[in-house]
Write a protein that binds this ligand. Structure first.
Ligand code: SF4
Ligand code: SF4
Length: 127
């Protein structure tokens, strides 16, 4: 079963030096579960909310980003190639777990390891 964490799946952060822009490992490593109130039309939706068709229902109080419990996992909203160049198609509307995750989080290191990448704090310095 795919590991599940709560947590900022920050693959599409637009800051130029953000390591997430060339990573995306966490968007292709963990289940991403959240409450349906963050779906499009929900009372606690971020921006326009997560499109319902990008999720699958889990319980009455939980939905999951589609693809994150596939084998191998990969969020349906993730664009690009993990470890090269990525972005989140719904960045402004991404759910809470994706907003609470950050580079060098212990789970960030695990996600990167699964995709053959060093932890962010061990990456070689830029020339
Ligand atoms: S695994 Fe870490 S560095 Fe990679 S996208 Fe996620 S938060 Fe960013
Ligand atoms: S919604 Fe965006 S940030 Fe969250 S897991 Fe999917 S691709 Fe990553």
């Amino acid at each position: 079963m795919t590991e599940k964490i709560t947590g900022d799946f920050a693959a599409a952060n637009t800051e130029p030096e953000n390591p997430c822009r060339s990573c995306g490992a966490c968007c292709a490593a963990f289940c991403v579960d959240f409450h349906p109130v963050e779906l499009a039309g929900g009372v606690y939706a971020w921006a326009s909310g997560v499109p319902v068709n990008m999720t699958v229902p889990v319980t009455a109080a939980m939905v999951r980003m589609r693809g994150t419990d596939d084998f191998p996992p990969r969020c349906v909203a993730l664009a690009g190639e993990v470890g090269q160049s990525v972005s989140c198609r719904i960045y402004a509307s991404r759910p809470s777990p994706c907003r609470e995750f950050y580079p060098a989080h212990a789970a960030c290191d695990r996600a990167r390891w699964r995709h053959g990448m060093l932890p962010c704090n061990r990456m070689p310095a830029s020339p």
